[in-house]
Design a protein around this ligand. Sequence first.
Ligand SMILES: Nc1ncnc2c1ncn2[C@@H]1O[C@H](COP(=O)(O)OP(=O)(O)OP(=O)(O)O)[C@@H](O)[C@H]1O
Ligand SMILES: [Mg+2]
Length: 233
Amino acid sequence: MKKTQYELRKIYAGVFDKSTLLALAELIKKNHIDDIDSIVSTGKESNVYHGVIGEKEIAVKIYAIEASSFKNMERYIIGDNRFRSWRNRRQLIYNWAQKEYKNLSRVYDCIECPRPHHAYKNILVMDFMGEGGVSFPTMKDAPPHDAKKYYEIIKGYLKSMYGRGLVHADFSEYNILNSGAKPIVIDLSTGVLADHPLAGEFLKRDVHNIIHFFKSMGVDCSEKNLLSEVKNG
Ligand SMILES: Nc1ncnc2c1ncn2[C@@H]1O[C@H](COP(=O)(O)OP(=O)(O)OP(=O)(O)O)[C@@H](O)[C@H]1O
Ligand SMILES: [Mg+2]
């Protein structure tokens, strides 16, 4: 059932700050969210909620304005020519939400990741990757049964992302969900375009992290080979 702004305020007044509450009310008014019913993850930089729009499950990621580690974020956004400069922390976080939206939009049709719906202020609405309000587990918590098969699929994702000019920049088993049938990439807010000054460094680190994981799973793979395969398409 769609919530009214009054009901929303009554339920969430102690949970969200006032501007987040107003932004949520706006998303509800515009029919981008019908309801938010549970929290699926609390983190340092964001909380992720489960919601619905019509019959469809959605994930609502709300970036914290106050708690965010400003300096660390700047490494991933300064030099990105998709964003104008920001005057304060709030504007940076709004850009950060737009950044994840744009990164998902760039690749959702060529890799498995949530389809983004809307980014408004510090809120991102996207497809829910899970069932019945429960997110698929991360690959860290639910390692693949067929590691070799997942390695090959994930190699394909890295190539496709790079082919679209995107480096994830926080790629690891913590930001890949496992549906049981396939890996699903999430958390693209850090992602930078391939012409970003630090793109090469971030890509190397992404490759390092994922090779470390798959080696521990017994897959025969190397950073050097993966890096050259990703770069050469
Ligand atoms: N689209 C989605 N569908 C279902 N669950 C999701 C979705 N996006 C995120 N989650 C859940 O929220 C968790 C955290 O998401 P994400 O990695 O995007 O946030 P984060 O920025 O890393 O948060 P943190 O502040 O903890 O680092 C995921 O591990 C997953 O459980
Ligand atoms: Mg994450």
